[in-house]
Write a protein that binds this ligand. Sequence first.
Ligand code: BDR
Ligand code: CA
Length: 311
Amino acid sequence: ARKIIIDTDPGQDDAVAILLALSSPEELDVLGVTCVAGNVPLDLTTKNARIICELAGKPDTLVFAGCDRPLGRDLVTAEHVHGKTGLDGPDLPDPEMPLQDQHAVDFIIDTLRAEPSGTVTLCPLGPLTNIATAFQKAPDIVQRAQQIVLMGGAYFEVGNITPTAEFNIYVDPQAAEITFKSGVDIVVLPLDVTHKALVTAPRNDAFRALSTPVGIAVAQMTDFFERFDKEKYGSAGAPLHDPCVTAYLLRPDLFTGRRVNVEIETTSELTMGMTVADWWGVTDRPKNALFIGDLDADGFFDMLTERLARL
Ligand code: BDR
Ligand code: CA
């Protein structure tokens, strides 16, 4: 199985991404779940990550607390999307499983040093603060990462937190810049693709029809989560942003994209956190990322529902 570290700020869509990974042990070996401040503050993201591991029936999963604020800015959260808890919708019990003592950043560093070089993939689903901090603290680990497969950014779909920025990149643009300039092979799942992974009513019914605690909780989470996009954008359902990352790892054939240069805007207040993707190759800057633009949405939801049924 491919070894991954999930770096996350749950978040209903983060939760579904984690569930999808934990449902697929033959393909994905989740070495740890590292939490970061993002959708909600760190104390809630660490709690929510453990709630989800317990829901999945995997209380032995290692969950770590990481950075509680972006590198150079105040934390911006998204309760307006995810609710006060970050995981509004289902009524799930408080976690009993422990939070690990080690800091998430040190876990990332130690793991990349301990595992054979080129065998661990980082899967960021939130602001990139933990990843960038690890890279800065231990530059030797950068070349040991196999790949970074992340949810963040936007190109044609532009912004969801400002007119030009996607939330994860906007919250910590400095961390995003460090990550994108690191030289690690990066796959980006931006809003362009995640806004095509919509939980329509029949897809939501399919989760609920699993009639398992996981299926019902996922239906309730996406019900809550979709409120925002429905009211604001007239969206046909909740966009499953972060699950695109784990789905890409399991079934890259469901996705298409283009290898491009991506730079991060870190100074302009107007366009702070914008992912400037050189889609048409008008510069000779290095192609540092595979920017995904499309997916087979039915294939994605069929796989997701089938996998969730295993938990
Ligand atoms: C991203 O921001 C968060 O609100 C979601 O969890 C996702 O990671 C989408 O812009
Ligand atoms: Ca997230």
